[in-house]
Design a protein around this ligand. Structure first.
Ligand SMILES: *[C@@H]1O[C@H](CO)[C@@H](O)[C@H](O)[C@H]1NC(C)=O
Ligand SMILES: *[C@@H]1O[C@H](CO)[C@@H](O)[C@H](O)[C@H]1NC(C)=O
Ligand SMILES: *[C@@H]1O[C@H](CO)[C@@H](O)[C@H](O)[C@H]1NC(C)=O
Length: 329
């Protein structure tokens, strides 16, 4: 049974001598790829870059790779918007192990990727401020580790449902607000693969950050029953879909402030809208009554002055964001 399960993961089937390879070796096989309209380049193949104002780096999660479906929506959305400098990390050698091993590898993976990125930036005279790393799941914690390597000088790190299993709020190697000048986090899958711990300057709790997300009710149970088969977790991957949608629709995810205490205790963020002189309003009503400057939009274009904790709701199917409806009803 175990054998069947493992051989179903392509990487392990090709590596019969896996046990002999240390985690260090696997982590050191992590690389970054520069995306072009046609195909990709390794970083050392990139010769000349026009002035780089902004550079995105996507980092996949457990069981992923640079071509994995869990991060494709991000790549596609940036491409559709004509985004020029897009990098994708691939740490599949260390990501396709058992979960505890992959989790243990993240600091080593972060170091390997950070060193490659640092060289690339130096070679092309790009400042670390221009860099925005977007990491999903374990990739969010890796992005945090890379941010530490750069001493917090990166422009931005976005954590898409940072992984929960085998992490605590205090884990040294977890994503933290110190990872970059601005850190935004989207929570969607507590208590399965995602956590509620605030890990950024701004943390968005979509539908209270909990599984199942709308539209995932039946799929999540299946994923949970298969233990850590994160690749199939609907609510966990929703963070990626939401973020990808926001790249093309920057005002599609309006959110309201809500205290961490209320979010954690599962009380209603809508009970506390007295500041807007609304009681028992729906989220859409609340947002419609707010001054535009008070609304914070989750996603790619989030205002960097946003701080603390925000609540929002989504649709069960694409388009997930309710921004258009909330504003133009
Ligand atoms: C590097 O970029 C900075 C500003 O972005 C510029 O002032 C400097 O001349 C550049 N250095 C080289 C070697 O191109
Ligand atoms: C981070 O800080 C350390 C200690 O000051 C320094 O040695 C290192 O070069 C810095 N890293 C980067 C990427 O700037
Ligand atoms: C809000 O609605 C709940 C039930 O939906 C009700 O118990 C509560 O009294 C209402 N609060 C206000 C202030 O109207």
């Amino acid at each position: 049974m175990a054998r069947m399960l493992y051989c179903w993961l392509p990487f392990l089937c090709q590596m019969p001598g896996l046990q002999a390879l240390s985690l260090d070796t696997l982590a050191s096989q992590s690389s970054i790829y520069y995306q072009r309209a046609q195909g990709e380049l390794t970083l050392d193949q990139v010769e000349q870059l026009s002035a780089v104002e902004s550079l995105k780096l996507i980092v996949h999660g457990f069981l992923g790779s640079r071509t994995h479906s869990s991060i494709q929506p991000l790549r596609n959305a940036y491409r559709a918007q004509g985004f020029e400098h897009l990098l994708i990390a691939d740490w599949s050698p260390a990501a396709n192990l058992d979960y505890p091993s992959s989790r243990r590898a993240i600091s080593k993976v972060a170091l390997a990727l950070a060193q490659q990125l640092e060289q690339f930036l130096a070679r092309h005279n790009v400042s670390s401020e221009a860099v925005h790393i977007i990491g999903h799941s374990l990739g969010a914690h890796i992005a945090g580790g890379m941010g530490r390597h750069f001493n917090g000088t990166l422009g931005r790190v976005t954590g898409l449902d940072p992984a929960l299993p085998l992490f605590t709020a205090r884990s040294e190697d977890s994503l933290k607000a110190s990872a970059a000048q601005f850190v935004d986090v989207i929570h969607t899958d507590y208590p399965l693969f995602g956590d509620l711990t605030p890990r950024g300057h701004v943390d968005f709790y979509v539908n209270y950050g909990r599984a199942p997300q709308p539209g995932c009710e039946e799929v999540d149970l299946l994923a949970a029953s298969k233990l850590l088969r994160e690749a199939y977790s609907c609510s966990h991957n929703r963070a990626v879909f939401f973020y990808a949608e926001s790249i093309g629709l920057p005002r599609n995810f309006p959110a309201i402030p809500c205290s961490w205490k209320v979010i954690r205790s599962s009380r209603s963020c809508l009970d506390h809208l007295s500041v807007f002189h609304l009681s028992n309003a729906s989220l859409a009503e609340a947002i419609a009554n707010m001054d535009d400057s008070q609304v914070v939009y989750m996603g790619e274009q989030v205002t960097h002055s946003a701080i603390s904790h925000y609540y929002l709701e989504t649709n069960a199917a694409p388009p997930f964001g309710q921004g258009v409806n909330a504003k133009f009803d």
